[in-house]
Write a protein that binds this ligand. Structure first.
Ligand SMILES: C[S@@+](CC[C@H](N)C(=O)[O-])C[C@H]1O[C@@H](n2cnc3c(N)ncnc32)[C@H](O)[C@@H]1O
Length: 305
């Protein structure tokens, strides 16, 4: 990658589950960092990193029948953007990012393929943020499309406010623990949670972890003005970052509460076990055994968990 990183670390420590406090008071303290408000209302957050995923501008409701899920579990209230207003909305989002970042802060902006050209052009025209690169997130399924090929890739635009930024060359996910790390293609499966309310476009834990560990340090402040389920905040907290975020959809906060409960209990244990397994595979090139299942699993199988 080009540029002038503020600092680098080659290997990050695994987080320590015993330090994650699971009492209800902690969860209440985290819930108040989720604000039900319009992105344009944010001022002076002074964030180190923005991770945000704008609406797609495709009349998406999350309840569309061509997605592989039970729509009854999907919460209502997702606010979509019209195609005719998409450029203006993205411009507003860039203003929000610029006025809420530290001078050496940076942002990662997700984009579906449909209006990626609009996002790209708005960033290039915008005064005060510099486009530094683009990554691709490859996920495990695409909507069922009978007429044409389907897409299972998102683009992630990387922009910085100034000429200095944070970049760590290694992360703790399979992305860096198996094979050659590169930040072109990030292959992460969506992680479904059974018997929980669902947010239509929730990002998976591993993908956010990968981005956070590469583009921020512990104690950094992470901001998402379009946070939906609040998954960016969940992973930030677990990885020792502070966070603040918002969405117009008050139902997002309900999903956020369920996710906090989940990750403070069994989910977190599972995530850490996986990271240890990836480290074993990466370091020794062996197929690991799990103590619970006591059988060999291939790297491909691990990615599927
Ligand atoms: C693609 S979703 C974000 C999903 C999120 N990354 C997650 O992991 O759950 C985009 C979100 O932007 C919200 N939104 C749309 N316009 C908004 C606005 N002006 N201010 C705040 N949120 C808005 C939508 O309600 C939706 O939840």
């Amino acid at each position: 990658m080009e540029g002038n990183p503020r600092n680098r670390k080659d290997l990050l420590p695994l987080f320590d589950i015993s330090k994650i406090d699971n009492n209800e008071k902690v969860i209440q303290r985290l819930l108040v960092k989720y604000f039900v408000k319009d992105m344009n209302e944010w001022e002076n957050v002074n964030a180190d990193l923005v991770i945000t995923d704008p609406p797609f501008g495709i009349e998406f409701s999350g309840k569309n029948g061509n997605y592989h899920r039970n729509v009854n579990n999907v919460v209502d209230g997702y606010v979509e953007w019209k195609v005719t207003e998409y450029g203006e909305k993205i411009h507003q989002l860039l203003e929000v990012i610029k006025r809420n970042l530290k001078p050496d802060g940076q942002a990662l902006i997700f984009s579906g393929w449909n209006h990626s050209n609009i996002i790209h052009n708005e960033i290039l025209k915008f005064d005060g943020l510099t486009l530094r690169g683009k990554m691709y997130w490859i996920y495990n399924f695409a909507p069922v499309c009978r007429q044409r090929t389907s897409h299972n890739v998102y683009e992630i635009y990387w922009v910085t406010k100034g000429d200095r930024w944070t970049f760590n060359s290694r992360c703790n996910t399979h992305h860096c623990q198996q094979g050659e790390p590169n930040l072109s293609t990030l292959i992460f499966k969506r992680d479904y949670k059974v018997n929980m309310p669902k947010y239509p476009t929730r990002l998976p834990f591993g993908l956010i972890q990968c981005l956070l560990e590469h583009f921020s340090n512990e104690k950094d402040l992470v901001f998402d003005p379009l946070c939906g389920s609040g998954m960016v905040g969940v992973v930030s907290h677990i990885l020792g970052r502070d966070f603040i975020m918002g969405d117009l959809n008050e139902n997002g906060r309900i999903v956020f509460k369920h996710l906090l409960d989940y990750y403070h209990k069994k989910g977190l244990v599972k995530v850490q076990k996986l990271m240890r397994l990836w480290k074993m595979v990466g370091a020794e090139g062996i197929e690991p055994t799990t103590s619970s299942a006591s059988r060999k699993r291939s790297p491909t199988e691990l990615r599927a968990l």
